[in-house]
Design a protein around this ligand. Structure first.
Ligand code: TXA
Ligand code: MG
Length: 317
């Protein structure tokens, strides 16, 4: 892999110009930062996998700047998929649909389906509009590390391995998008996110949660079988703050306050604030050589479901 300095810019048209030349560019969205390349440029897409050290069997999400680009990606849309698009695009929501033949198989890891998402983040929208083509983008972290919610986290993992970072603010939501398989006769949630199952059901009542992706019987969301979201520190889930043990090298993140003093701690205002801060907290703990991170469990409603999903994966890591 050729090492060259990664360009930093705040100007979306500059970042988009590099995409058009076949380069790979990280950009902010409302969920996490993504690492993008033109969906039709096989060499550039290959460089995404190389830069992230991503397993080749893990498909990418194509990001669109306008609704009409769906036609370039999807070969067919079910009526319920159109309802989901009307309600949740643009936003932290990804549909998996049958792909057009023209989409290179490297982007979809050999699958005949493709994930499609239209971010609502203003800078992402300006960038995608200027690219003029759908941009495939996984989260812009080294594979297995927590997804990046700041451009500095992208820089920490990928400086010298990618061509450019479009610098924005810390991302609003902090967890990756809800991924919904829309190829069957009803929607199946493959990955939970800030758009909850309840919200999806209010549009399509037949929607269900997919079964455990670690279960080999249900290999429908390839990415979720891989190790995920893990800091180097050990993550331990506690049902309340008082169960966490303050030690010289332990940290706490949660909603409760017990008066105990940890080497590092973050008391979140609510589950939304907890989600917004989780991945960056994990990274800070690694930078400060924390050995145990106690994460307080939250009720699994709304974003709490996605938050607990990510914390459980980190605890397995
Ligand atoms: O919020 C997000 O979704 C961020 C931002 C950058 O948009 N992207 C992201 O991408 O999290 P990534 O690659 O880290 O996660 C994509 C997930 C993986 O679990 C992958 O397996 C699943 O979506 N996925 C993508 N395409 C799929 C497909 N055709 N069928 C089933 N699952 C798919
Ligand atoms: Mg990822």
């Amino acid at each position: 892999m050729i090492y060259r300095e990664t360009i930093l810019t705040t100007i979306p048209t500059i970042a988009a110009g590099l995409i058009k030349q076949g380069w790979v560019v990280a950009f902010p969205t409302e969920t996490v930062y993504g690492l993008g390349a033109s969906v039709f440029d096989e060499a550039a897409v290959a460089r995404i996998f190389e830069a992230k050290r991503r397993p080749a069997d893990n498909p990418l999400i194509a990001h669109i700047g306008s609704l009409d680009q769906i036609e370039q990606l999807a070969s067919e849309l079910r009526p319920y998929t159109r309802s989901l698009i009307e309600n949740f695009f643009p936003g932290p929501f990804t549909i998996v649909v049958k792909k057009r033949e023209q989409i290179p198989l490297i982007a979809t890891a050999g699958l005949d389906t493709i994930g499609v998402r239209m971010p609502r983040h203003p800078l992402a929208q300006r960038f995608l509009a200027a690219c003029g083509t759908p941009v495939v983008a996984p989260s812009a972290n080294l594979s297995g590390r927590p997804s990046p919610t700041t451009w500095k986290a992208v820089f920490e993992d990928l400086n010298g391995r990618i061509d450019c970072i479009l610098q924005g603010e810390a991302t609003e939501i902090g967890l990756e998008s809800t991924v919904v398989d829309c190829t069957g006769d009803h929607p199946v949630v493959l990955r939970q996110g800030s758009v909850s199952l309840g919200e999806i059901r209010s549009v399509v009542p037949a929607a269900v949660l997919g079964s455990d992706p670690d279960d080999e019987q249900s290999p429908r969301s390839p990415g979720l079988r891989h190790k995920h979201y893990s800091p180097t520190a050990k993550v331990q889930i506690v049902s309340e703050a008082s169960e966490a043990r303050p030690e010289a090298d332990s940290a706490f993140i949660g909603l409760g306050r017990d008066g105990a003093v940890f080497a590092k701690q973050y008391i979140a205002r609510d589950a939304t604030d907890y989600a917004h801060n989780l991945f960056e907290f994990f990274r800070e703990c690694d930078r400060e050589r924390i050995r145990t991170i106690y994460c307080e469990a939250v009720p699994e409603v709304g974003i709490g479901s996605a938050l607990m999903d990510r914390i459980r994966r980190a605890a397995q890591g």
